[in-house]
Design a binder for this molecule. Structure first.
Ligand SMILES: [Zn+2]
Length: 183
């Protein structure tokens, strides 16, 4: 069959066209320009993501929505759906202050090859539950201006270990600071 009889589908506008060469994938200059702009926009998005990812400390256990999107390259709508379905532990500390369990997303979305790499894997969680390394629930509530019941809820949501001594419940300072200070 002669080349000019073959019709292929333009990858941009989806209309059939007769390719000039075997490498033609766009029907027109216009579609080729659209494709070029798309590629440029994608590159820019990648660069933006990398900038966000580079700013995230390696030991940050709880991340924001924009950080999760940047690290894992997932759509915002997907992320919110997984949070709603409780498949990824998250809490809402206020407007635009959602905290998401980074390890949980990592398990679900192993870092993709083209995703800007985080320098190292976060270290295995190590806790000290000695009272001097812990806050009591009351101290946490006071320090971060949240209710005792919210503190308990957040601790459960992220499976943060606690220890009861007498009438006080203790939680590791390192974890709590990481959770509430990670702005
Ligand atoms: Zn086209």
């Amino acid at each position: 069959m002669a080349m000019d009889k073959i019709q292929i589908q333009c990858v941009i506008c989806k209309k059939p066209f007769a390719p000039k060469t075997v490498d033609s994938i766009y029907c027109s200059k216009n579609c080729s320009d659209v494709a070029y702009r798309k590629r440029k926009a994608q590159q820019k998005e990648e660069e933006q993501r990398k900038i966000v990812v580079d700013k995230i400390p390696v030991d940050r256990l709880y991340i924001s929505v924009s950080e999760a999107i940047a690290i894992f390259g997932i759509a915002k709508s997907t992320l919110y759906r997984l949070i709603r379905q409780k498949r990824i532990p998250a809490i809402n500390l206020g407007t635009r202050l959602v905290r998401i369990d980074r390890a949980a997303i990592e398990e679900m979305f192993p870092i993709r090859k083209e995703t800007p790499k985080i320098k190292e894997k976060p270290a295995v969680k190590l806790y000290s539950l000695e009272p001097q390394d812990c806050y009591t629930i009351g101290e946490i509530a006071q320090k971060f201006g949240i209710s005792d019941s919210s503190v308990y809820k957040h601790i459960r949501r992220f499976s943060i270990p606690t220890r009861q001594i007498g009438k006080y419940v203790y939680a590791p300072k390192s974890e709590i600071d990481n959770l509430y200070n990670s702005k």
